[in-house]
Design a binder for this molecule. Structure first.
Ligand code: HEC
Ligand code: HEC
Ligand code: HEC
Ligand code: HEC
Ligand code: HEC
Length: 448
């Protein structure tokens, strides 16, 4: 069960996983703080830790995740053994995975060589070429809270997208999150193995470690590449100085997804005159401030649309802590969503979101629109610090990610007759930006 025992023969898989959020899931200070507060306020038992360190629960090493410092390191996080011992999925959420509890490692290789270390077996649940493999990922990436709120819905969103239908458009979670390349699946002195498609185990999304953790630069570069591919922006100018901005997600689910109650996604819009003086701006939020001030308060920005989930408690009041989310007359689901919807059809306009029209007081010389994402909103971190559960130094590590690929710019010389689409930037070389940090020996890395 110890990932260290896999390292000798699977050094690449080990190294990639070791920097991933799956390895960080029970180290993350925000997780530890939130779980501690949740246990105090709502006695959540194994609810949280059953996904963040599933082997620790199955081995009886914890019942609530409060003793992680004493739990052997090999049981922390979503481990190799946990994923590779799965034989069945009994539901759509809350980690309903069944493990064989044996020493056979299941994977997507159809004709694996037998090693002396473990049995091998092909499994559709592990083959990203099969849509069934999304069940293994998705049933843990979908949370229904003890108060029956379907709080995180990545799997449901994917199933409700065009990617979940068999055929040309079919794309599994692994297809987008476990990129493949030619390589060796194992380095075993006793067994000779052929070159195969191997799958990257970085599992890049939005989050990166906020404390010292292996290969943080690799994980950051992988997140930057993943985010570059996350949206398409378009900017449509009109001769009266009004601008329409539209945004569409390219993810296989809504965006943000999963912990969307903690995330914030927004666009800023800045119009300049010929001498580069700002004529008008919206969505420019200093790092120290909350994104999206409420109506009627100082700094309220009518054009700023912040994409995220808002949680409501039993009385219908807003809350930030997810065990408080509950159905009320005003909010039967326990949450309200403003997200970029997943593609349900190939008709782009059906899932494109229009922002409120921007009106620039005089005709600008240049306009620039850019996407920003916060993995965890400032107010969530502040609340955890106030309750005494999170060290204030972690708040300073809050990052607003501003992916270079998600900019669209218009200049007066472009005229008013057509919309401008986001151009892919030259300064990002994906996936080599992160692959070459891991494997400088790859041929495509030699010239870099
Ligand atoms: C002594 C070397 C050795 C050790 C230790 C080892 N493996 Fe393997 N593993 C292999 C070999 C050899 C293969 C076959 C590779 C091939 O056929 O290309 C393999 C294949 C696999 C496969 C692919 C199975 C399939 O059908 O797709 C998985 C998954 C796997 N190992 C996981 C693990 C995990 C998890 C650990 C640690 C708990 C581990 N291995 C430890 C040598 C080892
Ligand atoms: C045992 C439950 C479990 C399973 C199974 C699982 N995950 Fe995860 N995953 C997690 C947890 C927990 C985190 C978040 C860790 C953290 O940030 O604290 C996570 C994080 C991630 C992230 C990073 C999210 C971010 O915001 O940065 C991605 C991407 C991801 N998983 C993809 C997958 C894929 C693809 C699979 C299937 C091959 C999968 N997961 C299977 C529990 C699971
Ligand atoms: C979140 C689940 C998950 C975790 C954690 C995980 N793997 Fe995998 N792994 C997969 C999936 C899914 C595949 C198969 C992808 C495919 O074939 O499309 C895979 C494939 C493999 C393979 C076969 C070769 C390849 O790249 O396809 C090996 C070997 C392997 N993993 C080893 C490991 C080791 C070692 C660890 C821990 C250090 C680990 N895995 C952690 C899900 C996971
Ligand atoms: C068509 C490609 C695609 C498919 C299919 C896909 N994803 Fe994603 N995923 C993305 C992109 C793009 C992002 C956004 C960029 C980022 O997070 O860096 C993303 C983001 C995420 C995140 C980060 C959370 C967030 O707020 O966006 C998680 C977790 C995740 N995906 C898990 C999954 C799981 C689980 C599945 C399968 C049920 C899946 N993804 C299917 C492309 C895909
Ligand atoms: C069904 C499995 C599951 C359960 C139950 C679960 N989590 Fe998670 N958690 C995840 C997954 C998957 C992610 C990654 C989702 C994403 O990135 O969108 C995650 C991400 C997180 C994160 C990091 C993302 C962020 O920035 O917010 C924190 C913190 C967290 N969970 C706390 C908790 C707490 C506290 C509980 C219990 C009250 C809990 N989780 C229960 C699966 C689970």
């Amino acid at each position: 069960m110890n990932p260290e025992t896999c390292r000798g023969c699977h050094p690449n898989h080990y190294r990639e996983w070791k920097s991933s959020m799956h390895a960080y899931a029970a180290e993350d200070p925000i997780f530890l703080a939130m779980n501690a507060r949740g246990q105090r306020e709502a006695k959540l038992g194994k609810f949280c830790i059953n996904c963040h360190a599933p082997m620790a629960v199955r081995e009886g090493a914890t019942t609530d995740g409060l003793n992680m410092a004493q739990v052997p390191q090999q049981l922390h996080g979503v481990t190799c053994y946990f994923c590779h011992n799965v034989t069945a999925v009994h539901g759509d959420n809350n980690n309903p995975l069944e493990l064989a509890d044996d020493t056979t490692m299941r994977g997507g290789i159809k004709d694996p060589k037998r090693s002396s270390a473990h049995g091998v077996g092909y499994s559709k649940l592990h083959d990203s070429g099969e849509l069934d493999s999304s069940q293994l990922c998705g049933s843990c990436h979908d949370i229904v809270t003890p108060s029956h709120v379907n709080l995180e819905r990545t799997f449901a969103e994917w199933r409700n997208s065009l990617y979940s239908h068999a055929g040309a458009a079919a794309v599994s979670c692994g297809n987008c999150h476990m990129e493949s390349r030619d390589g060796l699946a194992a380095y075993d002195a006793e067994v000779s193995v052929p070159t195969r498609k191997v799958h990257l185990h970085l599992f890049a999304g939005i989050d990166t470690a906020r404390t010292t953790f292996p290969d943080q630069d690799v994980q950051r570069a992988a997140v930057a590449c993943q985010l570059r591919a996350s949206v398409l922006l378009a900017l449509c100018p009109a001769p009266d100085g009004t601008f329409q901005v539209s945004i569409e997600t390219l993810a296989g689910h809504a965006f943000p997804s999963g912990a969307a109650q903690d995330r914030r996604l927004w666009l800023d819009f800045v119009a300049y005159d010929a001498s580069d003086k700002v004529l008008y701006q919206s969505g420019v939020v200093p790092a120290s401030e909350v994104v999206g001030k409420p109506l009627g308060t100082a700094g309220y920005d009518p054009n700023l649309k912040v994409f995220h989930d808002t949680l409501y408690d039993l009385r219908g009041n807003e809350t930030l802590m997810f065990w408080e989310a509950a159905s009320s007359a005003a909010h039967p689901d326990g949450y309200a969503s403003v997200l970029l919807p997943q593609a349900k059809t190939k008709v782009l306009s059906e899932h494109t979101v229009q922002l409120p029209t921007f009106s620039v007081p005089q005709l600008p010389a240049r306009v620039r629109v850019q996407m920003h994402v916060q993995p965890v909103a400032r107010e969530v971190l502040d609340s955890l610090v106030q309750s005494g559960d999170l060290d204030a130094s972690i708040v300073g590590k809050l990052e607003t990610l501003t992916p270079t690929g998600t900019i669209v710019e218009w200049q007066a010389s472009d005229g008013y007759s057509q919309c401008i689409s986001q151009a892919l930037p030259d300064d990002l070389d994906c996936p080599n930006d992160y692959l070459c940090k891991l494997y400088p020996e790859l041929t495509q890395c030699a010239q870099r």
